[in-house]
Design a binder for this molecule. Structure first.
Ligand SMILES: [Zn+2]
Ligand SMILES: [Zn+2]
Length: 173
């Protein structure tokens, strides 16, 4: 599992203390809801810049204490620590954050829309991590489950409703 600490990716510190979360029913998966530059799939530095821009938007635009996601996964099977395990996320929508951790997969509405196998493997890694360290339960859902949004897009949502099959290119076993 490849994990970037907040220090590793240059995260800003949260503006206030997190709310503790001991266990959840599971996770909800998100996409950016925006254009994602296809060059990101070839250049990991663009992933880092994108995650930092999302954090800025959530803190300065939405007025949240931090990036809204628990974890972010990029197309290079790398996990970025967001609010992390054991902390209430903000991205699922009001009233919907204590039941599920929030995982962002770095694909969007245009540009990079199809999740590469390594992104899916990274999401599976992130789920394992939240189960081990954050008391996440078995549920794997999309943002649109219980909230009016297109998120996480058709490609990720089809993968979720198919039972999140492990991509066959997985060479880590
Ligand atoms: Zn979402
Ligand atoms: Zn990357």
């Amino acid at each position: 599992m490849s994990m970037l600490s907040r220090r590793d990716w240059g995260a800003r510190p949260p503006k206030d203390a997190y709310t503790t979360l001991n266990r959840t029913k599971g996770v909800k998966i998100h996409y950016t809801g925006d254009h994602v530059d296809p060059a990101l799939a070839r250049e990991h530095a663009k992933c880092v810049a994108t995650v930092k821009a999302i954090q800025d938007h959530h803190m300065d635009g939405n007025g949240w204490i931090d990036i809204g996601y628990s974890l972010v996964v990029c197309p290079h099977r790398t996990i970025f620590q967001g609010r992390g395990a054991g902390h209430l996320p903000a991205a699922n929508g009001a009233g919907l954050n204590s039941d599920h951790y929030a995982i962002l997969g770095l694909v969007g509405t245009s540009g990079l829309t199809q999740p590469p196998d390594d992104l899916l493997l990274g999401i599976l890694d992130a789920i394992d991590y939240l189960r081990e360290h954050g008391g996440a339960g078995k549920e794997i859902k999309g943002h649109r489950d219980g909230y009016s949004t297109d998120c996480p897009g058709e490609a990720l949502y089809t993968w979720i409703t198919s039972g999140t099959p492990r991509p066959t290119s997985d060479d880590s076993r």
